[in-house]
Write a protein that binds this ligand. Structure first.
Ligand code: G3P
Ligand code: CA
Length: 389
């Protein structure tokens, strides 16, 4: 009898202890949920970034062949806050702007290198890539917006685009880019000149590491730093004018983005305290959406990310919705901002208004008008002024 009593008392004590333990761990879980925000230093970096920013996605995919010189010149002159592009490494370790894994959709690779149509970008040297025509496909695909001057546009390098952001363009003679020769040899680089059509806007650059190969992030950091665009390492002062875009002379002149968690970690290693955006894509998010979404946010918090790049739904892309109100709340509660992709219509701009801090858009013209910053000159006239007839 005595031992039964002893057993009962012990069991009650043990249950009590377990309940207490459970309550404590629940309390800890709750507090952990509550305090899961980005660090104070990440908040400081987040606050470098302006609100309601217009990010010119691939320059423009609507008015010009994507990621080509007129795409970025147009985006700068229309007044976009950022020039967005995807960087990939060439075989000779030069960073170029290119979206797809291979050259088949947006170049004439099938004519120039018929046996390498599906080869990846890093299987070509810059000199080989510059032989390609990256503009004529657009004329065929979009005859209403086609231009004679889009024929034989060149694939751009990271440096070409940074030069454009600072008001320059590729130097041309009789319509052809002038080669930079070193000891009489050409490795695919061109010379530059001040753009006579530059209208003093100084946008930032918003770079995505696409299909990143080993060393992409290290080489990116080196090139950015050498060019004076790394805010942590002797950044150059860029002259800006009131009433014009001035982002190029702020601490958020450069924003880095990637869908790849590994690349985000490397970018943070090589370019700390530079704003970073972790991009989300629904087909990559396997499992229960709430759990996967939360773990993506946790990853971002742990790795000093300040921005989540979500997809939006609706015409014309019908991407999966990754900017639903509960998702938006998770991101904002964590102290981060949202830059979704890709805005192509006023309907989309309206649907997400006041819920996001910036937009990746193929129609910077529409987005600027939506945010009451409409360009005084039409897109077509800007292209004419830039010499694209
Ligand atoms: O970088 C934002 C957006 O560009 C991601 O989509 O495929 O156009 O690079 P994608
Ligand atoms: Ca991109």
């Amino acid at each position: 009898m005595k031992s039964i009593l002893k057993y009962m008392i012990l069991s009650i004590l043990l249950i009590g202890c377990n309940l207490q333990k459970n309550r404590e761990s629940e309390k800890q879980d709750f507090e952990a949920e509550k305090v899961k925000t980005i660090s104070e230093s990440a908040k400081k970096v987040r606050d470098y970034i302006k609100k309601d920013i217009v990010i010119a996605h691939r320059g423009s995919t609507y008015w010009t062949p994507e990621e080509t010189e007129p795409a970025f010149l147009w985006a700068r002159n229309i007044g976009a806050d950022y020039l967005e592009f995807d960087v990939q490494l060439t075989k000779d370790s030069i960073l170029i702007a290119f979206h797809d894994n291979d050259l088949s959709r947006t170049t004439n690779v099938s004519e120039v290198f018929p046996e390498r149509v599906k080869s990846e970008i890093n299987e070509f040297t810059l000199k080989e890539l510059r032989r390609l025509d990256a503009g004529s496909w657009f004329n065929k695909a979009f005859p209403k917006r086609a231009k004679e001057s889009y024929k034989d546009l060149k694939i751009m390098t990271l440096k070409d685009i940074m030069m454009i952001a600072e008001g320059n363009r590729i130097l041309k003679k009789e319509g052809k880019p002038v080669k930079e020769l070193i000891d009489g040899n050409w490795n695919g680089k061109y010379l530059y000149e001040i753009d006579p059509a530059d209208n003093d806007n100084r946008p930032g650059i918003y770079i995505e590491t696409k299909n990143p190969k080993p060393n992409t992030e290290k080489i990116l950091a080196k090139e950015i730093t050498a060019f004076g665009w790394n805010i942590n390492s002797n950044p150059k002062q860029i002259k800006t004018n009131n009433g014009k875009v001035v982002i190029a002379n702020t601490n958020a002149r450069l924003i880095l983005q990637s869908f790849s968690p590994e690349s985000i970690i490397k970018l943070e290693h090589y370019l700390p305290n530079v704003p970073k955006c972790f991009l989300l894509w629904k087909p990559d998010m396997k499992g229960k959406i709430k759990e996967v979404y939360k773990s993506a946010i946790d990853f971002a918090i742990k790795n000093n990310v300040q921005i989540i790049g979500t997809s939006i739904t609706g015409k014309p892309n019908y991407y999966k919705e990754l900017t639903a109100p509960w998702m938006e709340e998770l991101i904002h509660n964590a102290g981060m901002v949202i830059h979704p992709y890709t805005f192509d219509t006023n309907k989309q701009l309206k649907a997400y208004k006041d819920r996001v801090e910036g937009v990746f858009t193929n129609r910077a013209d529409l987005a600027l008008a939506f945010y009451n910053r409409k360009s005084e000159i039409s897109s077509q006239d800007i292209l004419m002024e830039l010499g694209y007839k």
